[in-house]
Design a protein around this ligand. Structure first.
Ligand code: ADP
Ligand code: MG
Length: 240
């Protein structure tokens, strides 16, 4: 099921003045969007409001016909599990589970059998070049490999939208770029949309659209083309 995500004039105030001061955005199915802006400008807050992790102080967040800002906590959690995937900076994998079980878990939580969930998890790990590491634990693989496990997990329940908050912030640049290339490629293959907070203009070049947040508002919102192959921008021959 694919729906657009539509933010109507959302604000967020944690109690010390507004962090978001009225943001309206539409994310179309299959679109890839980079969210940029200075540190502290509210990028994570925006991502959390979009994805139903936080409720905005005011405004509406429509996923299809559903205003997720008005759902109960339980209904919002259920919607997140069924329709959204998440990749965080440090993976947040469960250290006591094997990689394949980490990936299988979200699908099992939405009702898949363990067998079916593990089969899909293994296929995703294979696709990300990690087939041989399925039975290892996250602590026994490199940081870049662990982020790829986290990417597989984000896609396991076949989400409509994948949200990523500086997913390579803890990796060196070249490993980070490899991970982003895999993330954008696999998300595009799945047909999901991708909303990614990033500081890295090169990473933003791989996305079709760039939204810049400043002073709690959308400062700039433009289509930048994106590199549909997921290949590094330099390989496309374009000076950027
Ligand atoms: P960014 O991701 O762009 O760095 P954040 O959304 O994390 O920005 O934070 C924006 C502002 O909101 C900052 O001033 C931060 O201190 C504040 N903030 C973020 N989370 C909370 C919270 N849970 N409680 C209070 N203030 C918060
Ligand atoms: Mg942040």
């Amino acid at each position: 099921m694919t729906h657009s995500l539509s933010l109507h004039d959302i604000t967020k105030d944690y109690g010390q003045g507004p962090v978001l001061s009225g943001i309206s955005l539409d994310i179309q199915p299959g679109e890839t969007v980079a969210v940029m802006g200075p540190s502290g400008s509210g990028k994570s807050t925006l991502l959390h409001c979009m994805s139903g992790v936080l409720t905005p102080t005011d405004g509406a967040v429509f996923f299809g016909e559903t205003n997720i800002a008005q759902l109960s906590d339980a209904a919002r959690s259920r919607l997140r599990l069924q329709h959204f995937g998440f990749v965080f900076q440090d993976g947040q994998l469960l250290p006591e589970l094997t990689n394949v079980d980490n990936v299988a878990l979200p699908a099992m939580l939405t009702g898949s059998s363990r067998g079916a969930a593990r089969k899909r998890a293994q296929a995703l790990l294979d696709q990300l070049g990690l087939g041989g590491l399925a039975m290892r634990r996250p602590g026994d693989v490199s940081g870049g490999q662990a982020q790829r496990v986290a990417i597989a997990r984000a896609l396991a329940a076949e989400p409509s939208i994948v949200f990523a908050d500086e997913p390579t912030g803890a990796l060196d640049q070249s490993t980070g770029h490899e991970v982003i290339q895999m993330l954008t490629t696999i998300v595009r293959q799945s047909g999901a949309s991708l909303v990614m907070v990033t500081h890295d203009p090169k990473v933003a070049d791989w996305m079709e659209r760039r939204v810049e947040i400043r002073d709690g508002l959308v400062h700039d919102d433009r289509l930048v083309g994106g590199v549909r192959t997921g290949a590094p921008a330099a390989a496309q021959g374009g000076a950027r």
